[in-house]
Design a protein around this ligand. Sequence first.
Ligand SMILES: Nc1nc2c(c(=O)[nH]1)N[C@H]1C(S)=C(S)[C@@H](COP(=O)(O)OP(=O)(O)OC[C@H]3O[C@@H](n4cnc5c(N)ncnc54)[C@H](O)[C@@H]3O)O[C@H]1N2
Ligand code: MOO
Length: 315
Amino acid sequence: MVLAHDLTQIIPGKFKGRLFKKGHVIRETDIPHLLNIGKGHIYTLDIPEEYAHEDEAAQQMADAIAGENVYAVGPSEGKMTFKSEIQGLIKINPKAVHEINELQGIALSTLFTNRPVEQNQHLGGIRPIPLMIEKRIVREVESICRKYAYVAKVIPFRSLKVGVVTTGSEVYEGRIEDKFGPVVKQKVEHFGSEIVEQCFAPDQSEEIEKKITYFLNQGVDLILVTGGMSVDPDDRTPLAIKNIGADIVRYGTPMLPGSMLLVSYYDQIPILGLPGCVMHDPYTSFDVFLPRILAGDKITIQDMTTLGYGGFHAC
Ligand SMILES: Nc1nc2c(c(=O)[nH]1)N[C@H]1C(S)=C(S)[C@@H](COP(=O)(O)OP(=O)(O)OC[C@H]3O[C@@H](n4cnc5c(N)ncnc54)[C@H](O)[C@@H]3O)O[C@H]1N2
Ligand code: MOO
């Protein structure tokens, strides 16, 4: 007899995958292996006209869901897996995902939207739950996908010229070595952008303003001002950003770490005030907004205020 679907073996901690492939002709020597994974009975294939086999349905739905720069691999065990063609920012439409999952017998699972992804990174997967599913349901998935501009896509990062102003009299006067520059450089370069120059300023608003203005005149695409973001009398960065006339989206971000982050725009140029934790903690609110800015998103106040729910990252 011919197997109607893939058969899965799970050995905890060691293996989870396909032991027998759909279409395999079962031989006598397979029987002990089948019994070892608990299969005393198997399905043979007799699909009514109005139904689609899980593999075929998964493939058809994956084609409808995969948008720009997303491709799908499979089917394996009735599932198609989405992957990214490029490094970029993933955009998932949660409304569409929820609507698809409300259909009987469909499981679509994705990453959260607005996360950076690497080339070939797994983004999600879709499978019908039963072995066969009504073709009508598959068509409904396709029509939901047509209704929205996208369900899943990846936006490439732009290559921006970035200016860094590092504040702190202790660094400016050479009392301590700058540790902020290398961290910010590594993060910016990882996404394919470039720090054109790093300037240093003491804890004086006018000096910080001069350096920000210098970068605006240089025509950089993004300005990062490091340190001086909290409450000491020597923390002058928010004042300096305000004084040069930038529109402050928000000073204070409900995420830990990174609560003292400031996002602002001068014309279209984003100017970010980065608190000390960005230098110290591996994942902060800066890691949320940097990839979005590089992908061309304009950061809104809602983007910032909604970060609190789920925004606690052990700080
Ligand atoms: N009473 C309060 N204390 C703190 C608050 C607060 O709201 N109330 N916020 C905390 C948060 S959150 C953060 S994050 C930190 C740091 O904020 P700052 O951005 O103001 O950091 P600084 O005061 O400029 O420096 C703190 C620390 O880091 C060293 N530093 C700064 N820049 C550099 C550099 N380029 N290279 C090496 N080291 C650097 C600096 O010497 C200080 O030791 O504030 C919390 N506290
Ligand atoms: O800006 Mo601070 O991270 O909340 O540590």
